[in-house]
Design a protein around this ligand. Structure first.
Ligand code: NDP
Ligand code: 8X3
Length: 275
């Protein structure tokens, strides 16, 4: 029997950015597991092969009730984002949920030694990419008339921020600034959309073990592994469960803002490690 959450998600179309790995990939799987009978998932990222594998994994696990569409999309490319909705097959265009998850960090350099290229890619992906995706999909939400509330519009924008957006730390100035920008944009947007049924949701994870640190250290897996030494980070599934929980609430409930730590963490820079 479907859970209340599963029923609420039934028939929806969900777009996830950054679904080739980590939190985005787990979020796609969690949506499929929660509402396996009738769901459409548009999974996007730059690595198409990983998305195709994800589609196979989902259909193997939950069957064909979940229609998965892998779409190669670089959110840092404004033209690709502009063409995204128009290029979707008709049956995937009536989007209900946008999970703005694609994001990355590059390096631990401090000013004045931060590489311009790293700065640009972080802003273009984490900030401009997220805003462009939101602007591309929001008109679909605003055109929707739903329910007896008298308010127009419906849909969920779920932005993956970070503890880094709340608490800047040395060696993360650009990444932290991008996530603070996400936080600020999200809060403005929620206020701008107050007369609609669109829900604007921010989910801020603490430390999660994904490819995030491997990307931060330019592919150096040893350096990445050190980040998690002596502690038990969150898994991407832990965050995926919260994303799906937020999307699966009754339409009048907005899980506006959530900070999720592993047990050993109490701030961006306060962590207990076993020695
Ligand atoms: P991963 O590196 O495992 O996943 C990042 C995803 O983003 C990948 O699927 C990657 O896909 C995608 N991505 C990166 N650049 C682009 C781009 N230009 N266009 C489209 N997709 C892109 O890391 P996480 O799962 O940890 O990261 C997901 C989100 O969670 C990020 O926004 C991150 O900032 C945030 N976060 C992570 C935390 C952590 O500790 N791991 C903590 C707090 C927040 P591809 O390379 O195929 O394009
Ligand atoms: C990722 C968390 O603290 O490594 O957003 O920047 S942190």
């Amino acid at each position: 029997m479907a859970t209340a959450m599963g029923k609420r998600l039934e028939g929806k179309t969900v777009v996830i950015t950054g679904a080739s790995s980590g939190i985005g990939k787990s979020t796609a799987l969690e949506f499929a597991r929660t509402s396996p009978k009738n769901l459409k998932l548009v999974v996007t990222a730059r690595r198409l092969e990983a998305l195709q594998q994800l589609k196979e994994d989902i259909n193997k696990e939950v069957g064909e009730g979940v229609k998965v569409l892998p779409v190669q999309l670089d959110v840092s490319n404004p033209e690709e984002v502009k063409n995204f909705v128009g290029n979707l097959p008709e049956e995937f265009r009536d989007i209900n949920v946008l999970v703005n998850n694609a994001g990355l960090v590059k390096g631990v350099a401090k000013a004045p030694s931060i590489a311009e290229q790293d700065m640009n890619i972080m802003f273009a992906t984490n900030v401009t990419g997220l805003i462009n995706m939101t602007q591309a999909i929001l008109p679909i939400f605003l055109n929707r008339t739903e329910g007896s509330s008298g308010l127009s519009g419906a849909g969920d924008i779920i932005n993956v921020g970070s503890i880094a957006g709340r608490e800047p730390y040395p060696g993360g100035s650009i990444y932290c600034a991008t996530k603070a920008a996400v936080r600020s944009f999200t809060e403005s947007l929620r206020k701008e959309l107050i007369a609609t049924r669109v829900r604007v949701i921010e989910i801020d994870p603490g430390q999660v073990e994904t490819e995030f640190s491997v990307v931060r250290f330019y592919g150096d897996k040893k350096a990445a592994d050190k980040v998690y030494e002596g502690c038990e980070p969150l898994t991407p599934e832990d965050i995926a469960e919260v994303v799906v929980f937020a999307a699966g609430r009754r339409e009048n409930v907005v899980v506006a803002d959530t900070l999720i730590y592993p047990n050993h963490q109490a701030a961006a820079t306060v962590m207990h490690r076993k020695t």
